[in-house]
Write a protein that binds this ligand. Structure first.
Ligand code: FAD
Length: 223
């Protein structure tokens, strides 16, 4: 459905656990919790007590968001520009650093779907059910050639890039708090999100669920 799947989300770094969230909240009454149990092996560092699980649910339900701002994740993402353009709109609690084609003039890579979705019948945004086959390989070849011709003619990369289309891959580091990524996933894991963008959000969702199971369950809007 999404064509040649070069869209990638790599987890680069992570700070904190569910216990970080609990203790950021418990400090207000000068208390500190510890793990109830430490499971052997696996990805989860520890299991919270029932009281700490309840605290996390309470915080999320009543929008006490700041304890969820102390834990964070860093991703390295590769996706086409039209996907990046949608995701970069999420700003609060997130930091973004992206490759620049002012400095890089490598051969561009393009996202080429192997089938196209039709225009939807009953809505202005999104896609319809019909599948359309349309080959753009030769168009992409022409674009690539024009870009390279401009560089050969000694045009500056910052200008030559003007001919590159929205389906060109870009990559960026994206760091943010648990709270910020919950806002991203609550909006972008939904079906009204473009499929290619939803794919990136679903990968982020998967990592967050794995690393912060209790907090993530409490913050995510699964409706
Ligand atoms: C399905 C869909 C379609 C969209 N279509 C379009 C479109 O056509 N055009 C377009 O430009 N964007 C569009 N967007 C982007 C959308 O308008 C938001 O910019 C984007 O979803 C980021 O939202 P956010 O709440 O994560 O923003 P952030 O900027 O990360 O803000 C986080 C939260 O902080 C608060 N906040 C941030 N800034 C302010 C402020 N200035 N004043 C008060 N409170 C603030 C808000 O509560 C906000 O929810 C679309 C998004 C979706 C999900």
């Amino acid at each position: 459905m999404l064509g040649e799947m070069k869209l990638q989300v790599k987890l680069m770094d992570r700070m904190g656990t569910d216990l970080t969230v609990v203790n950021a909240a418990r400090v207000s009454s000068a208390k500190e919790s510890e793990w109830e149990a430490i499971p052997e092996g696996g990805e989860i560092e520890g299991l919270l007590s029932l009281a700490d699980e309840k605290l996390i649910k309470y915080l999320a339900k009543h929008n006490h968001w700041s304890p969820f701002g102390h834990a964070s994740m860093q991703f390295h993402i590769k996706a086409p520009i039209f996907v990046a353009r949608q995701l970069v709109k999420h700003q609060v609690g997130l930091v973004w650093n992206e490759v620049s084609r002012r400095y890089v003039d490598d051969e561009p890579e393009f996202f080429i779907p192997d089938q196209w979705r039709s225009r939807p019948e009953n809505s202005k945004q999104g896609s319809g059910e019909e599948i359309i086959i349309y080959n753009i390989e030769s168009t992409m070849q022409f674009v690539k050639q024009t870009y390279q011709n401009l560089l050969k003619a000694n045009v500056a990369p910052e200008m030559a890039r003007m001919v590159l289309p929205q389906n060109m891959y870009t990559e960026w580091y994206w760091s943010g708090s648990l709270m910020a990524f919950a806002r991203v996933c609550n909006l972008r894991c939904k079906d009204d999100t473009q499929a290619e963008t939803q794919h990136i959000a679903d990968c982020i969702d998967w990592y967050l669920h794995e690393k912060f199971p209790v907090s993530w369950e409490a913050l995510r809007d699964f409706e």
